[in-house]
Design a protein around this ligand. Structure first.
Ligand code: AGP
Length: 606
C-alpha cells in the first residue's frame, strides 16, 4: 500500500523525491519521509507523521542535500502513525523504505537479538536490522542472505552507507518498477509516478536485485548472474498537470468517463461485434468454459456482480463472484473448465493476485481485467484485457469501475456470440447499445448540479439505505460503498425484496433511502417496495429511467430521471449519478474527497 521511490543521478534528489511522493501519496498518506545520501556515504533522514506537504515543509526548514535518495509515503500496518514509525528506517549501515509486511518480524527480532537497538514499532525497521546483520561490506550478499530470512511481502529500496550514489532494490510480491531517467535512474512502486520521468521501464522480477547507478540500472538474479530486464512502455497518458480545473481528482475522473469508456470499447468492436483480437484472447477461451468465477475486491468485485447479472441473462452461463480475500480461505472451487476473471484497477491488490495464483494452481484459465499495464495481476494471468481508464488518482474508484463494466459488457457480448446465444444481429445490436453508453453518461454528467442539489438533503444523515432489484441492486452496492468511503455516512444497499426480512426495522423518518428503478420487468415490484419504506416515514430519493411512468400517489424527496437505454445498459448512467451523489456529499461536508481517512488506493497487504 505504501508508496516508495528511489533516485540516483546528477540532479538534486530532494525536491524530485518529494514531488514524486506527492504523486504517490494516494498509496498511503499517514506519514512520509526521505533519506538522502551524501558523497561521503552518510545518510540524512527527514520524516514525519502527516502528509507529504508536511514533509516538504520539514525539508524546507531543515534542508538536506544529495543526488541519491529514497522516499516513502506510508499506510500504517505495524506500529501506529508517528514520526518514529515513518520510513525511511536506518539500522547500522543500512537505510531503507519498505512496502509490504514482514510477517515473521517478531521471530527475527528474537533470533538476531535486535530489540535493544530498534527505534520504532515497525516490521520494516526489522528488515533493515536483518540486512545490517548480514552486511559485511558486500550489499549483494547481505540482500541475498536477508531476503531468505524474510517471510511475507516486501518491496525494499535500500541505501548502504559504504556505497554512496547507489540504490539497491529487491522485492517479493509487492511491486517495484524501474527506469532510466534524465541524468540517472529511478525506481517507484508504480508507473503512475515513474511515467512522469520516463516512458521506458521494467518491472523488477521477484527475488532479483536491481542496482541503480547514475549511469544506468543493473539487474541480477539471486545467484549473482546479470540478467536483461524486460522493458515495457508506458502507453497511457501520464500527464498529471493538475486536476483539470476541478477541485478534486475524483470529479475530474468522474467527468472523464464518457471518453475512457469509449477508449475501452471502440478498439474492441470489429465489424460491429465485440472482439478481443487486440488482446490476443482466443474465442475458445470464451466458448469452452463451463462456468465463470470472478475474483476481486471492493469496487472491482462490485463490477463483477454486474458482470454476473449480464452473463447469466445474456449468455446463460453459471458465474460466481468471489471476494478475493476469502477465496482461498474458503477453498474456492475451480477446475480446468472454469474461466477465472480477476478484476483489479491497480493490478496489485494482493488478495486478487493470490487468488489468481490459486486458480492457476487448480487448473483454471485466468483472464485479468486490469487498468495498470504490466501490473502483477496482469502478469500472473493467462490473458489480460486492459481498460483504458488512464491513471486513477482518487482513492474512490469511478472511471476504473465503469471501464471494468465496459470490459464485462464486451465479454458478455462476445461470449454470447461465440456460444450461440446471440446471432450476428443480436451481437451487433448489443455492441451498438454499448457504443451509446458514453453519450448517456455525458447527459447525466451535464446535469450534475441537479445531483449536487439532491446531495444536500443527505449531508447530515447518520444512515442512508439504498434499495433496488436485479442490476439496480448490483450497482447500489457500489453506490453505497462510494458514499461510505468518502462521506463517512453509514450506508447499506439492500435488494428491495430483502428489506422486509429484517432491515426495515431500521427505517424511520430520519433514514433517507436512495432507490434506483431502471429495469422494466421489476418496475412495479420496486415501487411497491418503495411504498413500504415510505409508509414507515422514510424520505426517498429516486433515480429512475426517464421513460418509466411516475408513481403519482407517492411523494418523493427528489427524483432524478436517467437517460433511457436498453434495461441491460442502464447501470452505466445510473452509476454516474450515484458517484456524483457521493462526491457532492463529501465535497459539501468539506472532506478530503480524494484521500478519505484510513484508506489507500492500492491494497498490497492481506
Ligand atoms: C473503492 O473506491 C476502492 N478504491 C476499493 O474498493 C478498490 O476497488 C479495491 O481496493 C480494489 O482495488 P483494485 O481494483 O486496485 O484491485
Amino acid at each position: 500500500m505504501c508508496g516508495i521511490i528511489g533516485y540516483t543521478g546528477i540532479e538534486e534528489a530532494g525536491d524530485m523525491i518529494v514531488d514524486a511522493l506527492e504523486i504517490l501519496e494516494y498509496r498511503g498518506y499517514d506519514s512520509a519521509g526521505i533519506a538522502l545520501c551524501r558523497t561521503d556515504g552518510s545518510v540524512r533522514i527527514r520524516k514525519c507523521a502527516g502528509r507529504v506537504k508536511d514533509l516538504r515543509s520539514l525539508c524546507q526548514r531543515e534542508d538536506i542535500r544529495g543526488t541519491c535518495g529514497i522516499g516513502h509515503t506510508r499506510w500504517a500496518t505495524h506500529g501506529g502513525v508517528s514520526d518514529g514509525n515513518a520510513h525511511p528506517h536506518q539500522y547500522g549501515k543500512v537505510t531503507l523504505v519498505h512496502n509490504g509486511i514482514i510477517e515473521n518480524y517478531r521471530d527475527l527480532v528474537r533470533k538476531y537479538d535486535l530489540q535493544e537497538r530498534l527505534q520504532s514499532q515497525t516490521d520494516s525497521e526489522v528488515a533493515a536490522a536483518v540486512l545490517d546483520h548480514f552486511y559485511n561490506g558486500d550489499p549483494f550478499a547481505a540482500i541475498r542472505k536477508a531476503v531468505l530470512k524474510l517471510k511475507g511481502t516486501f518491496a525494499l529500496s535500500i541505501l548502504f552507507e559504504d556505497f554512496p550514489g547507489i540504490v539497491f532494490a529487491v522485492r517479493n510480491v509487492s511491486p517495484i518498477v524501474i527506469g532510466n531517467v534524465r541524468g540517472g535512474s529511478m525506481l517507484a512502486s508504480d508507473v503512475t509516478v515513474l511515467g512522469q520521468y520516463t516512458r521506458e521501464y521494467f518491472v523488477l522480477p521477484e527475488f532479483h536485485v536491481a542496482v541503480l547507478k547514475k549511469d544506468g540500472v543493473e539487474l541480477y538474479d539471486m545467484s549473482g548472474e546479470a540478467t536483461e530486464p524486460e522493458w515495457l512502455t508506458v502507453d497511457w497518458d501520464v500527464d498529471r498537470s493538475g486536476k483539470g480545473g476541478y477541485p478534486f481528482y475524483m470529479e475530474k475522473e468522474i467527468m472523464e468517463q464518457p471518453k475512457v469508456i469509449a477508449d475501452t470499447v471502440r478498439p474492441r468492436i470489429c465489424g460491429g461485434i465485440p472482439d478481443f483480437t487486440i488482446d490476443g484472447i482466443p474465442d475458445s477461451l470464451l466458448a469452452d468454459c463451463r462456468r465463470i468465477c470472478v475474483v476481486a475486491c471492493g469496487t472491482a468485485m462490485h463490477a463483477g456482480l454486474v458482470g454476473k447479472a449480464l452473463m447469466q441473462s445474456f449468455v446463460r452461463i453459471h458465474m460466481d463472484v468471489e471476494l478475493a480475500s476469502e477465496f482461498m480461505y474458503t477453498d474456492g472451487i475451480v477446475d480446468e473448465e472454469t474461466l477465472v476473471i480477476a478484476i483489479s484497477q491497480s493490478g496489485e491488490t494482493i488478495d486478487t493476485l493470490e487468488a489468481v495464483k490459486y486458480a492457476r494452481k487448480h487448473g483454471a484459465k485466468t483472464l485479468a481485467i486490469v487498468n495498470v499495464r504490466g501490473a502483477s495481476v496482469a502478469l500472473a494471468s493467462d490473458y489480460v484485457i486492459y481498460t483504458n481508464a488512464g491513471p486513477e488518482i482518487a482513492v474512490a474508484s469511478t472511471k476504473a469501475y465503469t471501464t471494468q463494466l465496459a470490459a464485462l459488457y464486451l465479454l458478455t457480448g462476445r461470449m454470447a456470440y461465440v456460444r450461440g446465444s446471440f446471432g450476428e444481429k443480436e451481437a451487433k445490436a448489443f455492441a451498438a447499445e454499448l457504443m451509446r453508453v458514453p453519450e448517456a453518461m455525458r447527459q447525466v454528467l451535464d446535469r450534475r448540479e441537479e445531483i449536487h442539489y439532491i446531495a444536500r438533503s443527505i449531508l447530515n444523515a447518520k444512515d442512508v439505505f439504498m434499495m433496488g432489484r436485479g442490476l439496480d441492486y448490483s450497482i447500489l452496492l457500489e453506490g453505497s460503498l462510494k458514499l461510505k468511503e468518502i462521506s463517512y455516512i453509514h450506508s447499506e444497499a439492500y435488494a428491495s425484496g430483502e428489506l422486509k426480512h429484517g432491515t426495515i426495522a431500521l427505517i424511520t423518518e430520519d433514514t433517507p433511502v436512495v432507490a434506483v428503478v431502471t429495469q422494466s420487468r421489476l418496475q412495479s415490484k420496486e415501487f411497491s417496495n418503495i411504498k413500504e419504506v415510505q409508509s414507515r416515514g422514510a424520505g426517498v430519493i429516486l433515480f429512475m429511467k426517464e421513460t418509466f411512468g411516475m408513481d403519482k400517489e407517492s411523494s418523493w424527496n427528489s427524483v432524478f430521471k436517467l437517460p433511457a437505454m436498453e434495461d441491460g445498459f442502464m447501470v452505466m448512467p445510473a452509476s454516474a449519478a450515484l458517484q456524483l451523489l457521493a462526491y457532492y456529499v463529501s465535497l459539501d461536508k468539506g472532506l478530503d474527497v480524494d484521500k478519505p481517512r484510513n484508506l489507500a488506493k492500492v491494497v498490497t497487504v492481506e
